[in-house]
Design a protein around this ligand. Structure first.
Ligand SMILES: Nc1ncnc2c1ncn2[C@@H]1O[C@H](COP(=O)(O)OP(=O)(O)OP(=O)(O)O)[C@@H](O)[C@H]1O
Length: 233
């Protein structure tokens, strides 16, 4: 579904992503793991066209998206939830959802507010509350719900569990399992290994912009040397 093939991305003269390749298949939840500053967010920004790669190729559902503007990447069916959430604090939950609305593409489930409120019961109770008055976890849920309003077939989640209470992290894991069951492909970056293990099967480990490991979580759990070298803090 998504194929990133040997991309190189820079901030000015700083070479951040180095021949980075990864794949996400349909109905798959893939975790991009790595320490602070490893290049996880830059990978997502490169896919979204926010930090366009200087070389390499990115394709989505067979179409080359490497040189596309961000709004066109979204139109292809990729939703993006950045690390800093960016809800509208002065709009209500319902209004925040409306902002995310996009036209529907063929063959893609259209999300209505009520479907989203079924998926996120916490938001249903707060539909008329201002975004800025929600807890961090509720804001994260709202950002994901708003992204779903764009009817994506794949979503990128940048450290979704960061700064969220453990009980909400467990709820978020349930939401991701539901989305996967509905056919969405998901690429998430994470430092919370408990959460990543709950939701994903396939993993990539990134260090200094280079993919150092690719494989299942099951195999990774049996490789303490890799775990210690690239993930232990
Ligand atoms: N706008 C920027 N300008 C210059 N360098 C940047 C910029 N954003 C990130 N970097 C650098 O690029 C490297 C990769 O950062 P990135 O944010 O992709 O890492 P990350 O794995 O997502 O880490 P974190 O979990 O801390 O967000 C780091 O060395 C970081 O300092």
């Amino acid at each position: 579904m998504l194929k990133v093939d040997r991309i190189n991305s820079y901030y000015g003269g700083a070479h951040i992503l180095k021949d980075l390749s990864l794949q996400v298949k349909k109905h798959e939840v893939v975790a991009l793991l790595g320490r602070n500053g490893a290049g996880k967010s830059t990978t997502m920004k490169s896919i979204m066209g926010l930090v366009p790669p200087v070389s390499g190729n990115i394709s989505f559902e067979g179409q080359n998206i490497s040189a596309m503007d961000t709004h066109l990447v979204c139109q292809q069916g990729i939703g993006y939830v950045p690390e800093d959430r960016r809800i509208f604090p002065d709009l209500t939950v319902e209004e925040n959802l409306e902002v995310g609305k996009r036209s529907v593409r063929d063959g893609v489930t259209q999300w209505a507010h009520d479907d989203l409120f079924d998926l996120f019961p916490n938001l249903a109770e707060r539909r008329n509350q201002l975004g800025g008055s929600l807890s961090g976890g509720e804001q994260q849920m709202l950002t994901i719900a708003r992204t779903l309003m764009g009817n994506p077939s794949m979503i990128l989640l940048d450290e979704p569990s960061e700064g969220i209470a453990p009980v909400i992290v467990e709820q978020l894991a349930g939401v991701i399992a539901d989305l996967k069951a509905q056919g969405l492909a998901i690429l998430l970056s994470e430092q919370n290994m408990h959460f990543a293990r709950l939701v994903s099967t396939q993993t990539y480990i990134i260090e200094q912009g280079v993919i150092r490991y690719e494989g299942s979580f099951y195999d990774l759990d049996r490789k303490p040397d890799i775990w210690k070298k690239y993930l232990a803090v």
